[in-house]
Write a new protein. Structure first.
Length: 128
């Protein structure tokens, strides 16, 4: 079984129904994959969905139905903060939410499904 941590970029493509979103749907629907979403990513997706005039409640329900939620605790927060500080030295626009995704993937020994160019070159990233 392949573990996959979903980045907000991939989820938004999925909800928008784009060509990339169709690729995401196939990955989500593949029973060989175990899908995870960081709770920080959930907040990011809900914010984007609301601004795009999607029904936030429906998006929230879909996220819960299609993926397992990766909880956040102090250890994860500290690791994420340290990682984010290092990434900001190399990439000024690397987001804190993206850092939570990377740490989640590392803890879960998972791949990251994204289209975000900030993840390019990371061993965990699978770009759509």
């Amino acid at each position: 079984m392949t573990r996959i941590v979903m980045d907000a970029f991939a989820w938004i493509e999925y909800f928008d129904g784009t060509e990339r979103g169709m690729k995401v749907a196939k990955i989500i629907e593949d029973k060989e994959n175990e899908i995870f979403t960081s709770l920080v990513t959930v907040a990011e997706i809900i914010s984007i969905a609301k601004r795009k005039v999607f029904d936030a409640d429906e998006v929230s329900l879909a996220l819960s139905a299609l993926s397992k939620m990766q909880e956040i605790n102090k250890t994860i927060s500290v690791e994420t903060g340290l990682f984010h500080a290092e990434m900001k030295k190399r990439e000024k626009n690397f987001g804190l939410a993206d850092s939570f995704v990377v740490i989640a993937a590392r803890q879960l020994e998972a791949k990251i499904l994204t289209g975000d160019p900030h993840f390019k070159g990371m061993k965990e990233a699978v770009l759509i």
